[in-house]
Design a binder for this molecule. Sequence first.
Ligand code: AMP
Ligand code: MG
Length: 351
Amino acid sequence: MRARDREILLRLNKEVVWLFVTGSVVVATLVVLFLLRTPPSYYEYDGFTLGTYCRIYVSSEKINPKSLAEMLFTELDRIYKKYNANDPESVLSKINVSQDWVDLDEETFVLLDAALKFSNMTEGAFDPTLGNLIHLWGFDQLDEQDVRVPDSSEIEVALLHTGYKNILLDRQKRRAKLLNGIHIDLGGIAKGYALDRVYQIAKEVDPDCTGFVEAGGDIRIIGPKFGSRSWVIGIRDPDDTNECVGYLYLDSGAVATSGDYERYFIVNGVRYHHILDPQTGYPARGIKSATVVASTAVTADALSTAAFVLGGKNWEYVVLDFPKSGGHVLLVDKDRNIRKSPSLSVYEADR
Ligand code: AMP
Ligand code: MG
C-alpha cells in the first residue's frame, strides 16, 4: 500500500470513530433526557354531586388540569340537576308530573332511549320506572326520614305504577308520554351517562388528556396513566370497606359496581337495600355486589344494576351472557362466592 493510501485510510478510520463517538453521546443524552422527563402531573378534584362522592383525576398539557377538572365537575353537576327526580324543577320531574306527551330535548331523548334499550336487553331487570317503589321504600330520602319496611299491600299498589313498557317514546316528534302513573328514576344509569359525557368533554378540550373520573365507585377512564400505563382499580369487598376482592387494570373504558352496601337500612337484622327487583318490588336478593367492565360507563352502570337483580336468580346467565352485550361481570353472591365472566381475565392482568 502506498503511503498516500495509508493516510486516506487512517483519516477515514478517524472519521468513523468520531461519528460513532458523537452518535453515542447523542443517543445517551436522549436516553437520559427520556428517563429524567417529568411525568405529567395529575390534578385531583373531589366533590359531592350525583348523590355521591365524585373524584376527577386529570392531566393535560394543553389546558391547566385544575380548570379542566372544574369544567368536568360542572358537567357532572349539570346532569345531576337535570335528572334529579327529587327536584321539582328538574327536567325529569316535569316529565314525571305530566299526564300528556312532553317534548324532549335531544339529550333527554337519547338517555331515555338508552335506558329502554337496557330494559329490553335485560327483560326488565333494569327498569327506569321504579320511581314510585323507590319513594315508597324511602331510598330517595334515606337521610331525611325514618325508615320502615312497607306493607306488602303498599308494594303491590306501587308495582302497578311501574314498568318500562309504560314509557312511550315518539321518535319522529321527539317526545315522551308516561302511562299508568309511572315515575321515571334514572338512579341506575345517570352516573354512567354523566361519566361518559365528562369523557367526551375532556377529549374535546384535549384529545391527549389522561386520567379518570369516579362517581360513587363507578369509574370512567379518560386516558392511560402517564399516557401508557393501566389504572389499577380495586373491587371493593362488599363486607369490608377496606378490603378488595380483586383488581382490574384498565387503560380505557369503564367499570361500575352495584352493591347492597351503598344505600340501605336494617330492620330486625334484615338489610333492605336500594336495588329493587322490578318483579317483586322488594330489594333483589342473592347478590352482595355486581361489577361490570364495559367500553362505556353507561353500559357498565346499567348492566351492573341489572346483573345485581338477575345474578341472584341465574348467575350463569349473567356471567356468561352479559359479555355478548359488552359487559364483563364479577359477582359476589350472598355466600361470598365470586363468579366471573371468563372474558374478565383480560382486565385482571397488567398488560
Ligand atoms: P346502581 O347503584 O347503579 O345499581 O343504581 C341503583 C339506583 O338505581 C337506585 O338507588 C335506584 O335509584 C335505581 N334502581 C333501583 N333498582 C333498579 C332497577 N332494578 N333498575 C333500574 N334502576 C334501579
Ligand atoms: Mg347502575
